[in-house]
Design a protein around this ligand. Structure first.
Ligand SMILES: [Zn+2]
Length: 456
């Protein structure tokens, strides 16, 4: 299996021309891509043929003429949804039952699923073009000058140095992140070799591997893993000095960014906003804004009634249209993410609209009438690398922790339990029972770590 680098260069060249053409060129490109996609899905997807039966002809259609689509309805109709008529739900599920199929395409399509934290898992089918070649080609030319200089430094390091780029991602299933990682390893002509460390491994083992590599110029991971690496670096156990930290999958908070820049002063942090449905949602510019690649992606900010909200207003949801995925059309597809578009042009000079993503809803613990944000808990302990508070009953909790070798295990647990007890009492909960658990902290299906796990 090979990546078509010639095609990526052509995509880059078109993407650059579009950008230089300014707003009118961007909008024309978007409309052309939309009309081509609508025409194809009308011909090849029985479901979309029916949905678009009364929409205007494909060569005059506008996005707003098309109905909003939602995951539950699309998943019920999965076998009428895809334009590849041989890729059925049964075939996709069978493929994903076998972990050795991770990153292995069916008919040039990667198939993976979401972890299903918000209802039924979504099954996604995406061509290598929509998943890798197009995003690569577009992002290569959507970098501002300040970022370009830092990328140059990284690419020189990779060419000349002995460094090992590392990806720390996780997942015990066919999820987008590890499907991508495995795809890169399955390719005959993939990007320069990188090492993969599973986010599920104990922190001490992750640190040991990173230290053994010695020179780690870049790390690609989730913000929750970065926060643990920062602590390890602060404590003097982690010795690497990466010059690039690429983050995605979760929201990178300003606080975490500042802490990262303090302990990894040479690092260039780049944060990307992506979802299983579209990996190209946005990449942060050097002014901290996400820019939408509007030639290929449309995000409509909407309120709770699915009506558009004005720029500057925080949305309740977004409607995603990904114009490059012509296998499984996501057109005006509703997602629960909340965004706020900026009202002014970005100082970086990009002609593309910019926005911020508000973190997905913070985890809330309910204990009787008391509701507490997960952010209220400070579960760090210098002798523990991961601490997790799990609610097992309305007023019952257990603490799971990864305790460092040589530490007094009982004392560490006692201190964490006492602190949680105090916090609950300060918030009016005096009868909670908190037990120590012998189990290791549990990671979410997709390999992300959640410090506080509510009962439901
Ligand atoms: Zn910008």
């Amino acid at each position: 299996m090979n990546i078509d680098y010639q095609k990526i260069m052509e995509i880059s060249s078109t993407a650059k021309q579009t950008q230089m053409g300014g707003r009118s060129q961007i909008e024309a490109q978007q409309l052309g891509n939309l009309r081509r996609l609508v025409e194809k899905v009308r011909r090849k997807s029985p479901l979309f043929a029916e949905l678009y039966e009364h929409a205007p002809p494909s060569d005059t259609v506008q996005l707003q003429d098309l109905p909003i689509t939602r995951k539950p309805e699309l998943m019920i109709e999965f076998d009428r949804w895809l334009t590849d008529r041989s890729l059925t739900r049964a075939r996709a599920l069978e493929h994903m039952e076998d972990m050795s199929n991770l990153g292995v395409p069916i008919n040039d399509c990667l198939v993976y699923r979401t972890s299903g934290t918000s209802g039924e898992p979504l099954i996604v089918a995406s061509s290598i073009y929509a998943l890798f070649e197009l995003p690569q080609g577009v992002e290569a030319v959507r970098t501002d000058e300040a970022q370009m200089a830092k990328f140059q430094k990284l690419s020189d390091e990779l060419k000349n140095g002995t460094g090992v780029p590392v990806a720390i991602t996780g997942g015990n299933g066919h999820f987008a992140g590890n499907t991508m990682t495995q795809l890169m390893q399955n390719l005959n002509n993939g990007p320069s070799n990188f090492a993969f460390i599973s986010a599920e491994e104990p922190i001490e083992d992750i640190v040991e591997q990173l230290n053994a590599f010695g020179n780690v110029p870049s790390i690609r991971t989730y913000p929750s893993v970065l926060s643990i690496l920062i602590r390890e670096k602060e404590a003097g156990r982690l010795h690497i000095n990466p010059i690039s930290l690429s983050l995605s999958g979760e929201t990178l908070t300003e606080e975490l960014r500042q802490r990262a820049l303090t302990v990894f002063p040479d690092a260039f942090l780049s944060s990307a906003y992506s979802s299983s449905e579209c990996v190209l949602l946005g990449k942060e510019c050097s002014h901290g804004r996400f820019h939408l690649n509007e030639d290929w992606v449309v995000l409509e900010a909407v309120d709770e009634n699915e009506q558009p909200v004005a720029d500057g207003v925080l949305s309740d949801a977004v409607l995603l249209t990904y114009l490059a995925n012509d296998v499984q059309p996501f057109i005006r597809y509703k997602m629960g993410d909340r965004v706020r578009f900026y009202t002014d042009p970005c100082p970086c000079g990009s002609p593309f609209r910019s926005y911020r993503v508000e973190g997905r809803q913070a985890t809330i613990l309910h204990i009787g009438d008391v509701a507490l944000s997960a952010l209220a808990f400070d579960l760090e302990h210098e002798q523990a690398s991961r601490v997790q508070l799990v609610q097992t009953g309305e007023r019952a909790f257990e603490i799971r922790a990864e305790i460092r070798a040589g530490a007094d295990v009982a004392a560490v647990f006692d201190k964490i339990i006492a602190e949680v007890q105090d916090l609950l009492r300060d918030n009016g909960v005096s009868d909670a029972v908190i037990r120590k658990s012998h189990q290791a902290p549990k990671l979410g299906n997709s390999g992300k770590f959640q410090e506080v796990v509510p009962i439901n």
